[in-house]
Design a protein around this ligand. Structure first.
Ligand SMILES: Cc1cc2nc3c(=O)[nH]c(=O)nc-3n(C[C@H](O)[C@H](O)[C@H](O)COP(=O)(O)OP(=O)(O)OC[C@H]3O[C@@H](n4cnc5c(N)ncnc54)[C@H](O)[C@@H]3O)c2cc1C
Length: 389
């Protein structure tokens, strides 16, 4: 397809969902992705041992929105899957988010009962609290419990994950995993928590299966697309049709305000002829050196029975551009948010540029958040194009 109406940079969930919405509305869409596969970070495949694995770490779709759930159901069949995670602290595998089982794991029964009563008094009618709230609790025993978790999990995990001390990181990061005041052990509490019956990649194949969509892989859009004086150029020619951009904004603007900080991951893959590596699919190891967690994929697909196991160990690493690393997590600090805003101000001045996705928005989006934003941006694009024609 040489003639197209919209150029989309990135074939992850954001780019692919935007493409589908625009294609359904009659637009011819061209997607470019520099990777060799569709699906962005959600890409999965069956390894040589017959085990379905997620190339870029474990993914479970979860959302509160029926509308978003209905959207994904148009392109794949899904089954309920409630992710359970744990953390190994002082040799004990305890559930995460930490819950009342954690208290039972680390306190003798009488002290554990007392602590739970104190929590209920300090946080009446609350199901959760952030670790920072618990650290500031007026009850000394609750504070001590929070301090134990902070010292043996949160601060160690955060330092490894982000490569900076806990007091330098945006509070939203420390607050992502709360303390639970019950025995509830699901990792997420959304009403819709699902995995594809086949695979995420199969979902993408179906999402992109439209006569108005063409995809070019192993193609760096920035070898073709450039911004000069607030206008976009494609292969040297002025391009005034829409561009949906889901890549990193600093790259689009030639790093003119410096490189935005991202964190990358190195995945170390292991296959073993054992039935089980660990109690749960995803287990954090805050006190181990180097890696943060181990993901054992067969436990994410309990209906597929395999006798052996494949798992990956995640080593967070600094992200450097140009050496085949992926920018998985934006490092959110006051400085980086101010730096990002300068890029965003440049982007917002280009009328035919539409940004979305976790890279372009410099946000830690879950899949449902990325999907919601991509659909919203596509609606805005359709509305604006409709008004101008
Ligand atoms: C380890 C990990 C685990 C996660 N687990 C979950 C989970 O369990 N549940 C959940 O809801 N969310 C999870 N997420 C988040 C989820 O991956 C994202 O919300 C979702 O994939 C975002 O899609 P996206 O399209 O915005 O970004 P991406 O998937 O990153 O896609 C962007 C695409 O743009 C391409 N691109 C960038 N620049 C260029 C360029 N110049 N030219 C061409 N192509 C370019 C990239 O190659 C990439 O394929 C997880 C993320 C990570 C990193």
């Amino acid at each position: 397809m040489d003639n197209f109406d919209v150029l989309i940079v990135g074939c992850g969930l954001s780019g692919a969902a935007a493409a589908r919405m625009l294609a359904d509305n009659g637009y011819k869409v061209k997607i470019l992705d520099r990777r060799s596969h569709i699906g962005g970070n959600m890409y999965d495949y069956t390894d040589e041992f017959g085990i379905l694995v997620h190339k870029y770490g474990p993914h479970t779709f979860h959302t509160k929105s029926k509308e978003l759930f209905d959207f994904i159901c148009r392109y794949a069949d899904w089954e309920d899957y409630h992710l359970r995670c744990g953390a190994v602290v002082n040799g004990i595998c305890t559930p995460t988010p930490f819950n009342y089982q954690t208290i039972d794991d680390f306190y003798p029964p009488a002290k554990a009962d007392d602590l739970k009563q104190r929590i209920e008094k300090a946080f009446p009618n609350r199901k959760t609290a952030t670790v920072l709230e618990a650290l500031a609790c007026e009850d000394e025993a609750v504070r001590e419990y929070a301090q134990f978790l902070f010292d043996n999990d949160y601060s160690l995990y955060t330092a490894k994950q982000w490569g900076v001390p806990a007091d330098k990181i945006d509070l939203s990061v420390l607050n992502r995993v709360p303390l639970r005041f019950s025995y509830e052990s699901d990792y997420f509490d959304d009403p819709y928590q699902v995995m594809p019956k086949k695979s995420f990649t199969d979902f993408f194949v179906s999402l992109l299966n439209h006569k108005n969509i063409s995809v070019a892989l192993q193609t760096d859009a920035l070898a073709h697309l450039a911004v000069r004086e607030g206008r976009m150029y494609l292969d040297g020619e002025l391009w005034d049709k829409p561009v949906v951009y889901t890549g990193a904004l600093d790259e689009l603007f030639d790093l003119q305000y410096g490189a935005l900080p991202y964190r990358s991951l190195s995945f170390y893959w292991v296959h073993e002829d054992i039935n089980s590596k660990q109690d749960m699919a995803v287990v954090a190891y805050p006190q181990e050196v180097g890696f943060t967690r181990i993901v054992e994929f067969k436990k994410m697909f309990p209906k597929r029975t395999v006798s052996e196991t494949t798992y990956e160990m995640e080593y967070p690493i600094p992200y450097k551009k140009g050496i085949r690393q992926e920018p998985y997590y934006p490092v959110l600090t006051e400085e980086s948010k101010a730096q990002y805003k300068k890029y965003r101000d440049l982007a917002d001045k280009i009328p035919n540029l539409y940004c979305c996705g976790r890279l372009a928005d410099f946000q830690y989006y879950n899949m449902d958040q990325a999907l919601e934003k991509a659909l919203k941006v596509s609606c805005n694009l359709l509305l604006k194009e409709h008004i101008s024609t």
